[in-house]
Design a binder for this molecule. Structure first.
Ligand SMILES: Nc1ncnc2c1ncn2[C@@H]1O[C@H](COP(=O)(O)OP(=O)(O)O)[C@@H](O)[C@H]1O
Ligand SMILES: [Mg+2]
Length: 329
C-alpha cells in the first residue's frame, strides 16, 4: 500500500491548519497538533450557535468536540467533502439496518475555510478500551462485546453506497474495476477461477457479503457499565463490504494488540470466533495476512511505529506461515 491516510493526516495537519484556520483560529500556530484540542475550535463552534462546547476526544483522523443538544463536531485532518459525503451515505445504510446498538449519523458536512467538519449525533457509552484498562478482569467481557458486534455487523447487507467507499489512502473505491478482471479472464471463465479460489481459501460455501468495519478495536466500540456494546463508531479507515470473517479476523487480532497477553487474547478469541461463527481458523489467519500487508504502513511512512512492527511480526508467526504453506485450506 502507499502512503497511509492516517499518517498523512497526522503529519500534514499542523501545516494545513495554518491555511485552513478561520481568521483568529490557531493563534499559536507552532503549537497546533492534531491530537490536541485547540481552544479556537471551541470558539468557532460556540460562535456558530452551539451551546456547551467541550473537547471530547482526539484520534488518528481528527478531533471531536461535544456541542451540546446531543451533537458532536468532528474536525477532520485530511478527508474532503466528497469523501465525507460518501461516508454519510454509508452510515445512512447502516442505520437503515437497525442494529441493536447505535452507529454514527452525519447530519452535516461543512467546510470551514479549508478544513472539513462533520456534525454528528453524539453516541452513548464509553470506549471499551477504557472500560478494560480500568479493570483488567473485564477482558472476557470485552471479548463478549466484540463478538456481539461481529454478529450484528454480519447482518448488514452490502449496499451500492458501501461499494463506493475508498479504503486506506486510496482515491478510488475498493470495488472499482472489480468487473474489469471478470471481463479480462472471460475466456477461461471468471466464475471458474473465482470458484476454485473460494474452494481453496474457504472450505465452506461462501458467505453473503456484509458490511465490513475494518478497524474494530476497543477504542471504537462504546459500552455501558456492564460492558455491553451500546454504540459502534469510526467506520472509514478500511470500511467496505466483504466477507464478515475478515472483520472477525481483524477484531480478534487487534483487541489487545499491544498488551502483555496479546497473543493469548488473540488465540482465544480467534478460536472462539471459529467455533461460534463457523469460520475456519486457517481462513481467519489468512485474512490476518491480508490485513497486515494492506495496513502495515498506514500510520507511518517509514515503518517506524508499533503498527508496522505488529504487522511484520504477524507475517512471521509460525501458525501463519503454516497456513501459507498449505496446498489447500
Ligand atoms: N458521535 C460520537 N459520540 C460520542 N463520542 C464520539 C463520537 N464520535 C467520536 N467520539 C469519541 O471520540 C473518539 C475519536 O473519534 P473517532 O471517530 O474514533 O476518530 P478517529 O478516526 O480519529 O479515531 C472515539 O473513540 C469516541 O470516544
Ligand atoms: Mg477511532
Amino acid at each position: 500500500m502507499g502512503i497511509g491516510s492516517a499518517a498523512r493526516a497526522f503529519r500534514i495537519l499542523p501545516e494545513a491548519a495554518l491555511t485552513a484556520a478561520p481568521l483568529g483560529l490557531f493563534r499559536e500556530l507552532h503549537e497546533v497538533n492534531m491530537q490536541s484540542h485547540d481552544r479556537n475550535w471551541v470558539e468557532y463552534f460556540a460562535g456558530v450557535g452551539h451551546q456547551v462546547v467541550t473537547p471530547l476526544a482526539a484520534g488518528m483522523e481528527g478531533a471531536v468536540y461535544r456541542l451540546g443538544g446531543g451533537l458532536i463536531g468532528k474536525v477532520w485532518g485530511r478527508r474532503g467533502i466528497a469523501e465525507l459525503t460518501s461516508l454519510q451515505e454509508f452510515y445512512d445504510d447502516i442505520t437503515a439496518a437497525r442494529l441493536p446498538f447505535a452507529t454514527p449519523q452525519i447530519l452535516d458536512v461543512l467546510k470551514v475555510e479549508r478544513t472539513s467538519v462533520t456534525i454528528e449525533r453524539e453516541l452513548p457509552g464509553r470506549p471499551l478500551k477504557q472500560a478494560v484498562s480500568r479493570r483488567p478482569g473485564n477482558q472476557l467481557l470485552a471479548e463478549d462485546a466484540v463478538v456481539e458486534v461481529l454478529h450484528a455487523l454480519a447482518t448488514v447487507p452490502a449496499s451500492a453506497t458501501m461499494h463506493r467507499l475508498a479504503v486506506l489512502d486510496e482515491q478510488q473505491p475498493l470495488w472499482n474495476g472489480a468487473d474489469l478482471l471478470r471481463a479480462a479472464v472471460a475466456p477461461v471463465g471468471f466464475e471458474y477461477v473465482h470458484g476454485r479460489l473460494l474452494e481453496l481459501v474457504d472450505r465452506q460455501t461462501s458467505r453473503p457479503l456484509s458490511v465490513v468495519h475494518g478497524d474494530l478495536c476497543a477504542e471504537n466500540i462504546l459500552v455501558d457499565d456492564d460492558l455491553r456494546p451500546v454504540a459502534l463508531l469510526d467506520f472509514g479507515f478500511l470500511s467496505t463490504v466483504g466477507d464478515p470473517a475478515f472483520d472477525a479476523s481483524v477484531a480478534a487480532g487487534i483487541l489487545d494488540m499491544y498488551g502483555p497477553a496479546a497473543r493469548e487474547v488473540d488465540d482465544r478469541l480467534t478460536a472462539r470466533i471459529a467455533r461460534e461463527f463457523g469460520y475456519p481458523v486457517e481462513l481467519l489467519l489468512l485474512y490476518r495476512v491480508a490485513y497486515s500487508i494492506a495496513t502495515a504502513n498506514a500510520y507511518a511512512l517509514d515503518g517506524d511505529d508499533g503498527h508496522f512492527a505488529w504487522c511484520a511480526q504477524v507475517l512471521q508467526r509460525d501458525d501463519i506461515l503454516e497456513v501459507l504453506d498449505m496446498p489447500a485450506i
